[in-house]
Each structure stands twice: as C-alpha cells, then as structure tokens.
Design a protein around this ligand. Structure first.
Ligand code: CA2
Length: 148
C-alpha cells in the first residue's frame, strides 16, 4: 500500500520561477509538483501538493493531515521564522514533519537562521533548490521505515 505525503508550501512560493531565479531557481511550483508526483510513483507515495499564502490555512491543512497523511513536508516560507502557530500545529498533529527550504537559509540574512518549525520537525533540508523536495520525500520514506 502506498504511503501518503502532504507537501505543504507557504507564502509567496506560488511566485516560484517568475522572480528572483538567482535565489530560488527557475522551476515553477507547478513543475515542482510534477517532479514530486513522478517521484512519488517511483517510491510508493501518494502526494497531496498544497500552497497557501495564509497562516491559518496552513494550520488547518496541518490539523487535517492527522490520520490522513503519513508524513508532512513543509516549506513554510517566511512563516518558518515567525510562526509559533505552525510549530504548535505540527506538535499537536503528531504526523512526522520535515522542514524544507529551496535556499540555504543559514547562508542568508540572520533573521532566516531562526526556525520555529525545526523545534518540532524530524529534520531539515535546505539549499538544494527544487531537488530538495524529492530529497525530503526519500528522507520521509526513511523516517517511516519504508526505504528497504
Ligand atoms: O528557501 C526557501 O524555500 C524559503 O522558505 C523561501 C521563503 C523565505 O522567506 C524563506 O526564508 C526561505 C520565501 C519564498 C518566496 O518565494 C518567492 C519566489 C519567487 C519570487 C519571490 C518570492
């Protein structure tokens, strides 16, 4: 039976591929979803791919993941650095969550070094661009004990 992953994307990530390609690459979010769906078929994971610019909608999506998805891969965008609400939602939902970023946040401005999500995440992947999404899917399979 396939695993089920929620890949959740936060504010402004709908703009990927259209601006700041030097920082975030030229791959659009729709193309990243395509990569994830293809990779999911390869490794045995169904993928629900969601983006919202609204903190409360992200909280709702995390709550709704309980009992539905086996793992959450979360690029919370700038909410990573500010949102106790997202941290609490992850802690309460008890679904293993991997924090993900396209850019290497530790090589950027100081305010991006702080993550509330990391306190409750299984692990963090950052700096690998769009490839980070499929790396996170493989890492989630390992976390779930399903990587052979
Ligand atoms: O590197 C990442 O994936 C980030 O989560 C992206 C966030 C940023 O606030 C985090 O510190 C790191 C920003 C997403 C903005 O995405 C844009 C994409 C294209 C053009 C403008 C913004």
């Amino acid at each position: 039976m396939a695993y089920s992953f929620l890949i959740l994307n936060g504010p402004n990530l709908n703009l990927l591929g259209t601006r700041q390609p030097d920082v975030y690459g030229s791959t659009t979010l729709a193309e990243i979803e395509g990569l994830c769906q293809t990779h999911g078929r390869k490794i045995g994971a169904d993928v629900a791919f969601v983006q919202s610019n609204h903190e409360g909608a992200l909280v709702d999506a995390i709550h709704a993941a309980r009992g539905v998805h086996d793992g959450i891969i979360l690029n919370a965008g700038a909410y990573t650095h500010t949102s106790i609400a997202l941290m609490d939602a992850i802690a309460s939902t008890e679904v293993p969550t991997i924090e993900l970023h396209l850019s290497n946040v530790h090589a950027r401005e100081e305010f991006r070094h702080k993550s509330y999500i990391a306190n409750v995440a299984v692990g963090v992947i950052c700096g690998f661009g769009a490839q980070g999404y499929t790396l996170a899917m493989d890492a989630m399979m390992g976390t779930l004990g399903a990587d052979g």
